[in-house]
Write a protein that binds this ligand. Sequence first.
Ligand code: MN3
Length: 211
Amino acid sequence: MNEHYKFVNTPLPYAYHAMEPYIDEKTMHLHHERHLQAYIDNLNNTLSKYSQFQHWTLEQLIVNVPSLPADIQTSVKNNGGGVFNHQFYFSNLSNPTSSLPVGILGEAIKKEFGSYLSFKNQFKTAALSVFGSGYAWLAVNAAGQLTIMTTQNQDTPFPLGMFPILNIDVWEHAYYLKHYNLRADYIDDWFHIVNWNRANQSYIRYFDLTL
Ligand code: MN3
């Protein structure tokens, strides 16, 4: 992913079939090559006439939506959010290996939620509670606490003062080909392919940024 405009769709750090049998190869192709690509194209189109924002990073754009010209706020919110949320989702998947949280994040999850199992149940409940399209997140709130939250459509946690650690895309396009309408089954499968190393790195980055 480029730092700024013109954004490009970089290859996934793994093969499209790498998440089998939990997420099927065709879903990964369509999700990365068509859905994410569309958000990237739309964001580039939106920024094409605004050279003053073309050196802004994706996070800068998303965080500063309210200070952008009124006619591009909605597009940057939706399409910039769509790019960020998908990049984040794909980067937090890994080949089925260890499915347990690691590092200081693993410790913090135990402390905040009691146990991994309790976290898992609460996260699943949140992901199931998203009405329509959106995401469930593990995030750090303004008080520095790990928390589970949800967002609608392509909204991001940033406007709520939340720092993202992990997300699951629960738009139907993320699972419909394999799991049909059974979002719960998709969530169960997703837990097998969470990249906990990456999530732990995000948690470490949070402390680096705030200290
Ligand atoms: Mn998606």
